[in-house]
Write a protein that binds this ligand. Structure first.
Ligand SMILES: N[C@@H](CCC(=O)N[C@@H](CS)C(=O)NCC(=O)O)C(=O)O
Length: 212
């Protein structure tokens, strides 16, 4: 498997999945710089000019298969290996439901929070964008907090839903946003992230490919 990525929350999902499943892979560093993500070579793999992306040299039809969008990659790798996507159709449906919750909700909202709280958006005087994403981050953390009551992992057994969700929780630290979202008020989420970060495959995958 060929992995094209940089160690951001979306990208480490794929590295962690490759580590968890034991699939042999090579990681190639593609930085967030336009000269990388907007290069003709990378655009031929992902016309959406975002990392991560993969090439499976032995795709389902026998030839190479290129794939982008971290959620689609996680589902593909889970189906290829038969791992971390449940054992019944209803377990699979529930895992994909929470994976989509991350892809459409937690990831984009926390990403916007990072932009308005720490990066260029923090210079904007109008407080509404920052307040909006703080409120949405709090709401989503509350949803996760309730979901984790009595559960170690989002769908019972460890799955690709956790591999998608937990790296985004970790990003709050990098954004310096834990205090504004009231992090200490979410004990189930805190314990969940600790459990995730303690996994050897997570510890390895979080730094792949190594930053230059
Ligand atoms: N929905 C996409 C989002 C990918 C994404 O936003 N990637 C960021 C890094 S986390 C990126 O490539 N940024 C480069 C840019 O925006 O130019 C996925 O989950 O794969």
């Amino acid at each position: 498997m060929q992995l094209y990525s940089y160690p951001t929350p979306n990208d480490v999902k794929v590295a962690i999945m490759l580590e968890e499943t034991g699939l042999p892979y090579e990681a190639h560093l593609v930085t967030l710089d336009d000269t990388d993500v907007k290069s003709p070579e990378f655009l031929s793999l992902n016309p959406n000019d975002k990392i991560p992306a993969i090439i499976d040299p032995q795709g389902p039809d026998g030839g190479p298969l290129g794939l982008f969008e971290s959620g689609a990659i996680l589902i593909y790798l889970a189906e290829k290996t038969g791992k971390l996507i449940g054992t019944t159709a209803s377990e699979r449906a529930e895992i994909i439901e929470w994976l989509m919750w991350q892809m459409a909700g937690l990831g984009p909202m926390l990403g916007q929070l990072g932009f308005f709280h720490k990066f260029a958006g923090s210079e904007i005087e109008d407080p509404r964008p920052r307040e909006r994403y703080i409120a949405e981050a709090k709401r989503l953390l509350g949803v996760l907090e309730n979901r984790l009551e009595g559960r170690d992992w989002v769908c019972g057994a460890y799955s690709i839903a956790d591999i998608a969700i937990a790296p985004w929780l970790n990003a709050l630290d990098f954004y310096g946003a834990k205090e504004v979202v009231g992090w200490t008020g979410f004990p189930n989420v805190i314990a969940y992230l600790d459990r995730f970060l303690a996994r050897p495959a997570v510890q390895a995958g979080m730094n792949i490919p190594p930053r230059p």
